[in-house]
Design a protein around this ligand. Sequence first.
Ligand code: HEM
Length: 149
Amino acid sequence: MNHHLLLIIHLLSAAIWVGGHILLCVAYLPKALKEKDTKIILNYEKKYEPVGMTSLFLLVVTGILMAYKYGVTINYWFQFATPIESVVSSKLILLFTTAAFALSAQFRVLPKLKTNPRKLPEMTFHIVSVTTIGILMLIFGSFIRFGGF
Ligand code: HEM
């Protein structure tokens, strides 16, 4: 697929992934904490999850395809030998960290959050971490057009 088209899909997906998490952080999370109402987060997650997970999937697929177009194939990952490869490898590490947070939220925190508002601080930590990582991935991605780091 054409690199420009891949980049457009990557940017649209980044807008949905990062934007959706920022909205959760600045609008829904403070309300849930103030009212100690876990349903506010659970309802948002339910609506956002299909679109959020699709955008994350598209970010990974388009990101890897673009990395290949830059010559950063799987054999070069995690060597931190060239500037573009360093950005790609850093983004992959952040991606694995995101996956770890998502699994932990899905299997450890969310099931208990349904009945126990005392899990709200732990959920807050997960949400703020995934949002920060998403913003970092966006910033790291922006380095590629300047030659990487
Ligand atoms: C939450 C996940 C991600 C976000 C928010 C994100 C965001 C971005 C943004 C904003 C750009 C800048 C494009 C530009 O300069 O116009 C970018 C570029 C890029 N990203 Fe990602 N990205 C994510 C995941 C990934 C993954 C998993 C990979 C693959 C390992 C990847 C590989 C790339 C590449 C190769 C570029 C350079 C595209 C180009 O300018 O030609 N990204 N990303």
